[in-house]
Design a protein around this ligand. Structure first.
Ligand code: NAP
Length: 308
């Protein structure tokens, strides 16, 4: 099975594949020889699929597959797979890192030290921050990563609110120590809000100007899911006004970042690092390769995704 990949993926599993071509820049064709694409973040739409008349699989490196038109793939009999599960811990860890860095003003403190200002004496309020331990955390999307965040947050004695379309059973809520809220109520009540829903037609701009306005003054907003779930301009306005704080790993038009955010002390920015540890990226390659090998052997695909 000939595979066309957008890059060489990290880790030893990648070398198990025998017949791989690479492309740089936009996908060009026609390529009737290609039966599988290995991609990450690249847009795969109906026009792209037209270039690959014998395609059987689009294998995505990552759990979020919002760049792929899954319905168009299904209409052409092309399967789509992703790499869920193996990146939950790394993404949840980064979420906690952003919560801690944002609430405790870690990056501001770092800048103070580097510029020789120091900035705090015991009576100074300059770098006084907001407590993390005991805060109320609102988790928007309690799936694999949201749950991993909840487990970590319990170590900080946080009160945990969550929202999703299908509410958990009372027994599950009790066991996880989480309380259900409608999204708007969660936004009003939480000290910290963290986003873990996928980007879909339903969740695009889900956090719009009105909803961001529901966040309490001084709230901390963290996004390690997808930038386009949030109205980024409205978020930037709230941050420029200094009403809230934010820790952001994802942006609407990556690698673009709203320029007004770059100078703000109340925002911590990372370049889509959620799954970016060596161990996790290699594990993702293992899962990606597993899907490609299953397609080649005609076996059931381990991680298929379907049109929603
Ligand atoms: P998941 O297990 O599918 O969980 C998604 C959660 O969102 C579920 O609880 C789901 O519950 C909820 N949800 C879906 N649509 C919703 C809606 N319209 N309203 C409210 N809740 C909704 O996904 P995951 O593996 O945790 O990954 C979540 C996302 O994180 C991925 O899609 C990806 O975009 C992002 N991610 C980013 C990075 C990074 O590097 N920053 C790394 C990994 C993942 P219901 O179905 O009950 O609504």
């Amino acid at each position: 099975m000939k595979i066309l990949a957008s890059r060489q993926f990290p880790g030893p599993a990648w070398d198990e594949l025998e017949d791989v071509d690479y492309y740089h820049g936009p996908l060009a064709g026609p390529r009737p020889d290609i039966e599988a694409l290995a991609v990450v973040g690249e847009a795969i739409d109906d026009r792209t699929l037209e270039l690959f008349p014998n395609l059987r699989l689009v294998a995505n490196y990552g759990v979020g597959y919002d760049g792929i038109d899954v319905a168009a793939c299904a209409a052409r009999g092309v399967a789509v797979t992703n790499t869920p599960g193996v990146l939950d811990a790394a993404t949840a860890d980064l979420t906690l890192a952003l919560i801690l860095a944002t609430r405790r003003r870690v990056v501001e403190g770092d800048a103070f030290v580097r510029s020789g200002r120091w900035g705090t004496d015991w009576a100074s309020t300059t770098l006084l921050a907001q407590e993390v331990t005991g805060a109320t955390l609102g988790i928007v999307g309690l799936g694999r990563i949201g749950m991993a965040v909840a487990r970590r947050a319990r170590g900080f004695d946080m009160r945990l609110l969550y929202t999703k379309r299908e509410r958990l059973s009372e027994a599950e809520e009790r066991e996880l120590g989480v309380e259900y809220r409608l999204l708007d109520d969660l936004l009003r009540e939480a000290d910290i809000v963290t986003i873990h829903v996928p980007l879909t037609s339903e969740t695009e701009l889900h956090l719009d100007e009105r909803r961001l306005g529901l966040l309490s003054d001084g709230a901390c907003f963290v996004n390690t899911a997808r930038g386009a779930i949030v109205d980024e301009e409205a978020l930037a306005r709230e941050l420029v006004a200094g009403r809230i704080r934010a820790g952001l790993d994802v942006f609407t038009d990556e690698p673009g970042v709203p320029p007004e955010l770059l100078e703000l002390p109340n925002v911590v920015l990372t370049p889509h690092l959620g799954s970016a540890t060596r161990e996790t990226r290699e594990a993702m390659t293992r899962v990606l390769v597993g899907n490609l090998q299953a397609a080649e052997a005609g076996r059931t695909l381990p991680n298929p995704v379907y049109p929603s």
